[in-house]
Ligand binder design. Structure first.
Ligand code: 5GP
Ligand code: ZN
Length: 111
């Protein structure tokens, strides 16, 4: 089982800021901005190239929920969403996740 599946199943502790039946949002253990969260669907699939119609609808629900949580996450002044894929994208955990970065002005260079 991958590390994010273990976090979803509470086998590994995490700083969860939100949970519903479809996803969790946790604080990244190694933050790269003042606010750095990970939005992780509970269903395991590695990245967007493994996206099914069902999982695409699941992600739509995740994004819609996230849109309602901007203020409570301290992201009212803006944020950046990132999803790394594969070796060139420097993905380290092969379970789709969306980085949510904000809480400060981010670098205008994205890589
Ligand atoms: P990736 O490199 O796959 O795009 O992102 C993986 C992210 O997961 C990294 O930012 C890393 O800091 C974070 N991460 C890895 N292991 C853990 C963990 O056990 N707990 C938390 N909260 N974040 C983790
Ligand atoms: Zn997984």
């Amino acid at each position: 089982m991958c590390i994010f599946c273990k976090i979803v199943n509470n086998e590994i502790p995490s700083d969860k800021v939100y949970e519903d039946e479809k996803m969790i949002i946790i604080k990244d253990i190694n933050p790269q901005a003042k606010k750095h969260y990970l939005m992780i669907p509970k269903a395991h699939f590695a990245d967007i190239t493994e996206m099914s119609k069902e999982n695409a609808l699941l992600m739509a629900d995740c994004f819609m929920k996230l849109a309602t949580m901007v203020d409570e996450l301290g992201l009212e002044d803006g944020f950046r969403l990132v999803s790394n894929k594969g070796v060139n994208g420097c993905q380290t955990v092969p379970h789709l996740h969306i980085h949510i970065l904000g809480g400060e002005k981010l670098d205008d260079k994205m890589c």
